[in-house]
Design a protein around this ligand. Structure first.
Ligand code: TRP
Length: 332
């Protein structure tokens, strides 16, 4: 053990990784892995709350693992693992579901959104999704949980559940804090800049994927929805499309919004869109090639996820045993 703080975060393997997941999450994870004790999980159990194709889930889970590594997450320095490999997640989820209230789960924005989108499949897993997420976080005594702003409510719920449990049984769980990165927290869809760029979006023109070819990426940028003005300046309220492109360009190049506005003063939207596209293509080329190489090395991937599961299991098992003891379950 060391005295570094602990971080836990996860991404569902429900779709190919997008520019949103890269800039909003993985790029920051790589940065944070220098100063924190990090658990990065591929949350496959969350991915079955909506109907899915098994072969695709399997392929995407492995692809996501390869991509995490290609993006620079070192499996020696971080615990990278697949959620379903550590049974403590499902077990703690059950316990916590007895400390999560029907009312508070009903108020979750994501539940309301997803039930509106899946009217013929509003299953109990969709409803208890945030409880499984609370289990993910609390098993590892995470101090910080890097998430997009849409997941803040779920981390707050995890705190409420932890508080309630600690209130009855003493200090069992560490209180997690949501950590919303300043840069890249909200990369919007290119085709509808009022909406977050989402890997499960049906409108694929709005999305840029890590595994897409440079030509496809350029095409999506060139078609990005903007506005009827001509000036390239940041104004999220009135110019969401251009502002989103400025945000992307800033995250990729490290330039400030002001520097970007100066660089493109007097130039047209077409020029700017192409420049942003090129910057993304250039950043991703080596990562994509590395991910493709790792994907082919099945033995290596297997070694990585086995080692990750082993490490995760050790910590998660300790927390679970403590919880079971507090609850009065007879020790095995
Ligand atoms: N619900 C998160 C999302 O859709 C993914 C997730 C599952 C997660 N468990 C987590 C994120 C634990 C952070 C911590 O983005």
């Amino acid at each position: 053990m060391n005295n570094k703080k602990t971080i836990f975060s996860g991404i569902q393997p429900s779709g190919a990784l997008t520019l949103g997941s890269y800039l909003g999450a993985i790029k920051n994870w790589v940065e944070m892995s220098k100063n924190y004790n990090c658990y990065y999980c591929i949350v496959d159990m969350h991915a079955i709350t909506v109907r899915h194709t098994p072969a695709e889930l399997r392929r995407r889970t492995l692809e996501q693992l390869a991509q995490y590594i290609a993006c620079g997450l070192d499996p020696e320095k971080n615990t990278i693992f697949i959620q379903s490999h550590v049974s403590a997640h499902a077990e703690l989820c059950w316990v916590l579901s007895c400390y999560a209230m029907f009312g508070e789960l009903s108020r979750m924005t994501q539940f309301k959104d997803k039930s509106a989108k899946n009217v013929d499949n509003i299953n109990a897993g969709l409803f208890t999704y945030p409880v499984l997420m609370a289990a993910d976080i609390l098993l590892y005594n995470a101090d910080l949980v890097p998430v997009g702003s849409d997941q803040k409510q779920h981390v707050e719920l995890a705190r409420d559940i932890a508080n309630r449990f600690n209130g009855v049984y003493g200090d069992v769980f560490t209180m997690p804090e949501p950590y919303i990165p300043k840069v890249g927290a909200r990369i919007m869809s290119l085709s509808n800049p009022e909406k977050k760029m989402s890997k499960s979006d049906e409108d694929t023109g709005g999305c840029v994927y890590l595994m897409q070819s440079p030509e496809e990426i350029m095409r999506n940028f060139k078609r990005a929805v903007t506005d009827s003005e001509t000036s390239i300046r940041y104004d999220a309220e009135n110019k969401p499309g251009i502002s989103n492109l400025i945000q992307i360009y800033s995250a990729v190049s490290g330039k400030t919004f002001k520097e970007i506005e100066e660089e493109f003063a007097g130039r047209g939207y077409g020029d700017f869109k192409a420049a942003v596209g090129e910057a993304v293509v250039e950043m991703w080329c080596p990562i994509r090639e590395e991910a493709q190489r790792i994907m082919k090395d099945k033995a290596y991937l297997e070694a990585v996820y086995r080692q990750g599961a082993q490490r995760a299991e050790y910590v998660a098992g300790k927390t679970l045993r403590k919880v079971y003891k507090k609850l009065g379950f007879v020790a095995r």
